[in-house]
Design a binder for this molecule. Structure first.
Ligand code: DAH
Length: 341
């Protein structure tokens, strides 16, 4: 029996010494210490011993059990430490690996152009206004002197919300002139950028949604010379010193006289090319002296006050400013295009 116990001890200790994983460890534990284990089997034979032999054998059996138990514990601890070591190695953070670069967007070229325009006008004492895109036809047309029957009011050109053509997506930023006249103290100097909508098919120069910037000054003794001076300054600041402009007579219901301002083509310098469609000039905006009837309708006395206004296409201005050939590029938001600015 003594030999049996010694054998169990040496076998168990050497097996536990080299145990490879938790499952094997558990099997060894059961094999030596379990209810049906080897040690229990030996203890069951204690009955066969004499009363003198029993205490010494009991003590030896306890000693073996304690030794095996300690060895199991030690092995378990060793396995745990090894597992932790593996885990730590797997989870090591290498702080020298380059990070993943976050893809940051940046300002759209059209809004870059708008920021420049705002800066120029704010520098001249103008206030920047924002207004509704869903607009009353009375603001978009009537109060701008475009009466019933005016071609721009046609259903084929305008997005109306109701049968009676009273509520619409604004087709121009000009209603902001009326909103400013009705709510602001005179004198007034404002610009009002924003989206406008017209029933146009998409092509290289058209889109059913585009942007305009409206501008308006109402003060005493305001003349066409102020209008031309301001707009020439705008052209030079946007497109560079020496930019050549021209003013052509035109008709708008809300201005009298009315004009359009062109800038000389940046591509050909006025000779005529594909960008300016052979014209040598690119149309930039409509403008004029505010019609006395428009002032009157908004409660401003045209005998005392006069004003000028303009409305410019923002996409077109950005295209001229950044030499972009096709309007669709502005809306497609292809990163390869946008990254160039
Ligand atoms: N609203 C006009 C358009 O969309 C542009 C315009 C012309 C605005 C003359 C003005 C102006 O303020 O005075 O075609």
């Amino acid at each position: 029996m003594k030999e049996q116990l010694a054998k169990i001890r040496s076998e168990a200790l050497s097996a536990l010494e080299s145990v490879k994983d938790a499952v094997a460890l558990d099997e060894l534990r059961v094999k030596y210490l379990g209810k049906k284990g080897e040690l229990t089997a030996v203890l069951k034979q204690m009955g066969k011993l004499t009363a003198e032999e029993r205490p010494a054998m009991g003590a030896l059996a306890n000693e073996v059990r304690a030794a095996v138990e300690t060895a199991v514990e030690t092995a378990a601890q060793k396995l745990e430490e090894a597992a932790l070591e593996v885990k730590l190695r797997a989870e090591t953070v290498d702080v020298t690996i380059p990070g993943k670069e976050a893809q940051l967007g940046h300002k759209h070229p059209m809004y870059m152009a708008l920021d420049e325009i705002k800066d120029i006008f704010v520098g001249m004492g103008f206030t920047v206004l924002d207004g509704p895109e869903i607009e009353l036809a009375s603001y978009n047309f009537d109060k701008l002197n475009a009466e019933e029957g005016h071609p721009s009011r046609d259903w084929s050109d305008t997005f109306y919300f109701d049968e009676d053509s009273r509520v619409m997506l604004r087709s121009q930023t000009s209603p902001m002139q009326v909103r400013a006249m009705e709510t602001m103290e005179l004198p007034i100097r404002i610009i009002a950028p924003g989206r406008v909508y017209r029933k146009d098919e998409v092509d290289a120069t058209h889109s059913p949604m585009f942007h305009q910037v409206e501008g308006m000054v109402i003060d005493k003794h305001v003349t066409m010379a102020d209008l031309k001076g301001t707009l020439n300054l705008l052209a030079e600041q946007l497109f560079g010193k020496g930019t050549v402009t021209r003013f052509r007579p035109h008709h708008f219901p809300f201005t009298e006289p009315s004009c359009e301002m062109d800038v000389q083509c940046h591509k050909c310098g006025g000779a005529g090319c594909a960008t300016c469609k052979g014209e040598g000039w690119i149309e930039l905006l409509g403008a004029g002296m505010i019609h006395p009837r428009v002032l009157e309708m908004s409660g401003i006395d045209p005998e005392q006050w006069s004003g000028w206004a303009f409305g410019m296409g923002l996409e077109r201005t950005a295209m001229r400013r950044f030499k972009i050939a096709d309007l669709r590029l502005i809306f497609e938001n292809d990163v390869r295009f946008l990254e160039q600015f």
